[in-house]
Structures are given as structure tokens and as C-alpha cells.
Design a protein around this ligand. Structure first.
Ligand code: WTA
Length: 630
């Protein structure tokens, strides 16, 4: 592959060049792509506004780089292999040409509905091929896609539709999830009661189930009816928006992270080819959902821009049994595999018998992403799945970074369990002390920041640039602040410790404590609440809620049930607390700030050492909380 580094020495050499002269380095890589017009300037930036512009003045369309640029060479190669939820059902294969035609046809349908460059389109679909088609069709015509994970509730969906002022929602009647079928269209109907911007809803018939048809609804079939299978690509400026993806932060409602066309294209392809060392005949599989950034960058854009065959999986790791992943790897002779630590830990718990029947010798590189991986899971993955001879590449990055930032590359980077490893070329991490000074010694924990721009970094948070500045660029002057704590060993390898802000990472999904508290507080029984994360053996972290109710909670179970229902309605089942403790008050400072440090210790079961509680407004509250801790 054209962009690949092939040895650790070459990595070191490229890394040095990328720091010494980033513009020359990235210009060279950008030459690999097809630009309708080349850039006037590779990079212009400051982190104070912030303003970051890559390949300024260039014109391109990312889908021309996936399709038009490659069709003559790999038109007949499989672009997507779709593996259904039910192993008894037939898989679907799409060659680059077939996918291109589907994308064009749907893109023409969108244009016919009046969707234009810059319009926002909300995509709320299951992991079916139409999701890939919808995303790429938006990119083809320059519409901004905002994919919302299909596990989010009606309220969460309407918040995102409203924030983006989406004109169109694309959904399905429902989805398959293991043995269950879950309705989606009815969630959209609920959500849209509060959304005035939406003119149309396109519904794909996934389950053949009945839906309530509204006057905004159009079927997928109707939209593509009679549309040509060629569609001229919209000419996009390198800095035009490609997509919005909502993610949780430590404060307020989720924010719409904005990625732009040129830099995102260059970096996702570059990082994919290097981290996974994809070769032209390989089959690559990332088990993420396209509702999250990993699916955007490493199921769709990165692999497809590289001409890869990318497996897309509709199902879950444990259906029909805990051997499902390994069976699919065997079935397609998967060469590169990427999953999350939470999946590894959950499958590990089922035991080796689910792995043994399958031939996993096709694997060359296995990856992990989304949360820190513990040593036990790392070894299980390395030894049992990788048979001890596949490198485990631990990919550290974020929705905001657009692509993998710190990771091993293929089979030549040094491996160290639980360490993500070295920064990719072009990525300049720094560990900072609280006072903003850089930590230069080894093995000291600090705040992980990035001190120079990289092509796929976020440009803004949709509709609120100030929020982007405050969240990421105001903590330390001249640095992008990640919200993660990390340390570096004497060889320069990074280990990510986890979030240092009020973000909880449950099974690799991010939630702000404030977001969950707001949801709980919606219940009229509740006066206030505080939510913290605590370690969980499978999910990484789990949610513990301390809740103050209006009246003494006698029928505890009923209040609990109501709160669970409220969170399900406001965010979705994925954000449900595992533990709810009813308390008479929360530990607060005299200025009224909740002392989360104390609540975190209680949740972790570490109550022997709560530190000084004498400065609290009401120290007695702590005794009660400790006594009744769950
Ligand atoms: C965490 C997912 C340790 C981290 C791509 C980060 C990780 C947040 C790793 C971003 C990893 C992600 N090791 N922690 N390899 N990858 N994280 O936006 O706390 O869903 O800030 O992006 O997940 O989550 P997001």
C-alpha cells in the first residue's frame, strides 16, 4: 500500500520528518489522493481561536477518492462484506462498483428531495449495508451526515436532530439484535414531535414490520426509484464540513464534533494503512458500530479510501453464542481484526471452548480500541486469539481526533501489554502537570495533550465554536486537551490511564456524568443526583447513581424502576446505572459543589480512606452514604 511504513526504523525516520516539517510531510502523503484542485497552503493554524485549516484552497470529494479514483483498478474487488445478525441468513457482498452504483443512486434520490451541499442529514439506522450507502451518498452530494447510534432514545435523537437542524432523517422500521427485534421507526416518530426542521423521513424496510406512516415518510425504494447509477460528485472545499458526530463531554448536552473533508480523508487512510498494514488481498474487520467514530473512520472511510475489503457485522458478539466473532473470522479468513476491550472481556468470561472450534490462523494484526485494556484481557487476546504471533495494536484516539493517534503499527512496533505505544507520524503528544509545565521524566502521570495540529482533528463543535475553544483549547495555552490521563515509559511508549474529567466510559461508550444526572433529575420524584463511574470487570466502568428523592423512598424498587425508565427515555438503555443508592443528601462543599471524589471512593468500595470531610456542609451525610453503600 502506497502510504505504508514498513519497519520501525522507517517509522522513527518518518516521525522525525513529520515533526521537523509537518507541511512537507503531509503534502507528500496528500499526493496519494485525487484532488480536483490542489491546495494553496498545506496548513494554517492557531489553537487560541482555535482555527485549523489543512490543504486550504483544495477541492475534492472524498467519495471520488473511494470510487472514481479506484474503480478502474479494483471495481470488481469486494468493498463490503455484510454479515447478518443471524448466521443462518445469507451474507451480502458489494464490490467497489456495486457499492458505487448504490451510493450514486441514493445520492441522486437525495438530490431529488432537495438535499443540497451543506444540508444536515441525520442517519438513524441499524448496521445494514444501507447505512454505509446513506453515509457515502451524503458525502457524494456534500450533505453533512450526522449518524446517531440506533441505541439512543427518542429524546436523545431529537436533541441531536434539533442541534444540527437536520432536514432529513434516514431510518428503518426496526433492527435485529441477537434474538430480539427492536423498533426504530416508532422512536423516530416520537423524536420528531419536537423537531420542526425535518421535511422528510426515509424508511428502509429491514424487518418487514408494520410502521405508522406519516406524511413525511418515504420508503427507501421510492427514493431510488428510477434514479441513475451515476451521480456527479459535489466539489467540496478541503475545509467544508464532511460530518457531525455527537459525543459526550463533562458538561451539558452532547456536542456535535465537526470533521472536514480534506484532512479527515488524508489521515483516516494514512492511519488505517499503517496501523493495520493492510495488503491488497486481505480481509479486514472492525466490529464497531458506524454510530460511533470508530465505525466512521475504520469501517468506512479509512478502509474504503485504501481499497480494502471491509467486513460489516449486523449482530452482537454473543449471538447465537459467544463464538460468533471467531466463527466470522474463520468464515471470511479475516486478516486484520479490531474490537473493544469490553467485548474481549465478556467473551473471555465464556471460556476457551467458544474459541477452539475455529481456525484463526488467517489473523495477522489484531486491534483494540475505545478504553484501556487490562493486562489479563490483553494476554487472552494475544495468546488465545492471536496465537501469540499477531501483534495487538492498541489504538488510542477520540471522536475529536478523527483517527488513531497513539498505537503500534502492524507487526514491527514494540509491544508492551496495556501500553498504546508510540504516536503516529505527525502526532505530537505531551504530558502536562496541573500547572501546565511539560513532564519530561519517565513513568510520571500527567494530562495528555497534543501540541500541534494533525489533519483529522475536530474543527469546531457544531453551532458553538466557543464551546470547542473552552473544552479543548483553554486548559493549557497552545495545547489540545484530551481529557485523558497518561504516562510515558523511558522508551517513550504511552500508557493511557483513563479519563480525568467527568466522563464515564461504559463498554467503550462515553457519557458525561452531567448528562446522566440531567436525565435522572427529569423524574419528578428526584430532587438531585450525582453520578460517578466505578470499575466493572467487563464494561470497564459502570454507572453508580446517588439520588436524593423528594420523600423518603419507602417503595425503593418503584423509585428505582422509575429512574431506570427515565434514563432509558432520555438517553437510552446504554446509559442505565447498575447501582442506584437513595440518600438523604449529597456531600457538598460550603460553596455547594458536589464532592465527587468522595462518591467515587464509595462507589469503588474504598471507604477506609475518604480524606478530609470536615470542610463539608454536612459531614454526617457521608456516614450515612458509607453505611448504606451498595
Ligand atoms: C478512551 C473512541 C485507552 C479515552 C475511539 C478517550 C482509550 C475516549 C483508548 C474516546 C485506548 C479510546 N486506550 N483509552 N486504546 N481508546 N480510549 O470519543 O478515554 O468514543 O478519551 O473515541 O475513549 O472515546 P471516543
Amino acid at each position: 500500500m502506497a502510504l505504508q511504513i514498513k519497519s520501525f526504523e522507517e517509522y522513527e525516520e518518518k516521525y522525525r520528518k513529520s515533526v521537523e516539517n509537518p507541511e512537507a510531510f503531509w503534502a507528500d502523503i496528500a499526493e496519494y489522493f485525487y484532488w480536483q484542485k490542489k491546495w494553496d497552503k498545506v496548513l494554517e493554524w492557531n489553537f487560541s481561536e482555535p482555527k485549523i485549516e489543512w490543504f486550504k484552497g483544495a477541492k475534492l470529494n472524498i467519495t471520488e477518492n473511494i470510487f472514481d479514483r479506484q474503480l478502474s483498478k479494483i471495481g470488481d474487488k469486494k468493498a463490503i462484506i455484510w454479515e447478518p445478525n443471524n448466521p443462518g441468513e445469507q451474507e451480502k457482498n458489494y464490490t467497489y462498483r456495486e457499492l458505487y452504483e448504490k451510493v450514486c443512486e441514493f445520492a441522486n434520490g437525495l438530490r431529488a428531495l432537495g438535499i443540497q451541499k451543506g444540508d444536515r442529514v441525520c442517519i438513524y439506522l441499524p448496521m445494514i449495508p444501507e447505512l454505509a450507502v446513506a453515509v457515502l451518498a451524503c458525502a457524494r452530494i456534500g450533505a453533512v451526515h450526522s449518524v446517531v447510534f440506533a441505541g439512543f432514545s427518542a429524546t436523545a435523537l431529537s436533541d441531536r436532530v434539533n442541534d444540527a437542524q437536520a432536514k432529513l432523517v434516514i431510518t428503518a422500521d426496526g433492527l435485529n439484535r441477537g434474538a430480539k427485534q427492536i423498533p426504530l421507526k416508532s422512536v423516530v416518530d416520537d423524536a420528531l414531535k419536537n423537531c420542526t426542521s425535518v421535511a422528510h423521513v426515509i424508511v428502509y424496510d429491514c424487518l418487514g414490520s408494520a410502521i405508522n406512516k406519516t406524511d413525511k415518510d418515504l420508503s427507501w425504494e421510492e427514493v431510488i426509484q428510477g434514479q441513475p447509477k451515476e451521480c456527479p460528485a459535489e466539489s467540496m472545499d478541503a475545509e467544508d464540513m464532511l460530518f457531525i458526530l455527537y459525543t459526550s463531554g463533562s458538561t451539558g448536552k452532547p456536542k456535535g464534533v465537526v470533521h472536514t473533508c480534506g484532512g479527515y480523508m488524508v489521515y483516516t487512510a494514512y492511519s488505517f494503512q499503517n496501523v493495520y498494514q493492510y495488503e491488497p488481498e486481505d480481509v479486514y474487520w472492525c466490529t464497531a458500530d458506524i454510530g460511533w467514530i470508530t465505525g466512521h473512520s475504520y469501517i468506512l472511510y479509512g478502509p474504503l479510501l485504501s481499497g480494502a475489503t471491509s467486513v460489516m457485522f449486523e449482530g452482537i458478539p454473543t449471538y447465537p453464542d459467544a463464538g460468533r466473532f471467531w466463527q466470522v473470522i474463520d468464515k471470511y479468513k479475516v486478516n486484520q481484526f479490531l474490537t473493544a476491550p469490553t467485548a474481549i472481556r465478556s467473551l473471555m468470561a465464556y471460556g476457551e471452548d467458544y474459541v477452539k472450534p475455529y481456525d484463526l490462523t488467517s489473523l495477522k494484526v489484531i486491534g483494540t480500541v475505545g478504553e484501556p485494556i487490562n493486562s489479563e484481557a490483553w494476554h487472552w487476546y494475544h495468546e488465545l486469539i492471536g496465537k501469540g504471533n499477531c501483534p495487538v495494536v492498541d489504538n488510542w484516539w477520540q471522536t475529536e481526533t478523527g483517527g488513531i493517534m497513539i498505537s503500534g503499527l502492524g507487526n514491527f512496533s514494540p509491544l508492551k501489554p496495556t501500553f498504546a505505544g508510540y504516536p503516529l507520524p505527525g502526532i505530537q503528544p505531551a504530558l502536562l502537570n496541573q500547572d501546565g509545565s511539560e513532564i519530561t521524566e519517565a513513568d510520571i502521570e500527567g494530562y495528555l495533550c497534543i501540541k500541534a495540529p494533525w489533519p483529522s482533528m475536530l474543527r469546531t463543535t457544531y453551532g458553538d465554536h466557543e464551546r470547542c475553544r473552552v473544552t479543548y483549547f483553554s486548559h493549557y495555552d497552545g495545547y489540545y486537551f484530551t481529557g485523558d490521563g497518561a504516562k510515558r515509559d523511558k522508551n517513550g511508549m504511552y500508557r493511557i490511564i483513563g479519563r480525568i474529567d467527568d466522563v464515564i466510559n461504559v463498554s467503550g461508550h462515553r457519557f458525561g456524568t452531567a448528562e446522566i444526572e440531567n436525565a435522572i433529575n427529569e423524574d419528578e420524584l428526584v430532587i438531585e443526583s450525582a453520578v460517578v463511574g466505578y470499575p466493572h470487570p467487563v464494561k470497564g466502568q459502570s454507572i453508580y447513581a446517588f439520588v436524593v428523592c423528594e420523600h423518603e423512598v419507602t417503595e425503593t424498587t418503584d423509585a428505582r424502576k422509575r429512574i431506570l425508565e427515565t434514563v432509558t427515555r432520555e438517553i437510552g438503555k446504554i446509559a442505565l446505572p447498575d447501582k442506584i443508592q437513595f440518600v438523604s443528601g449529597l456531600p457538598k462543599t460550603r460553596s455547594g459543589k458536589i464532592m465527587r471524589r468522595i462518591l467515587r471512593k464509595v462507589a469503588e468500595g474504598d471507604t477506609a480512606n475518604l480524606g478530609d470531610t470536615s470542610t463539608l456542609l454536612d459531614p454526617a451525610v457521608v456516614d450515612e452514604i458509607v453505611k448504606n453503600a451498595l
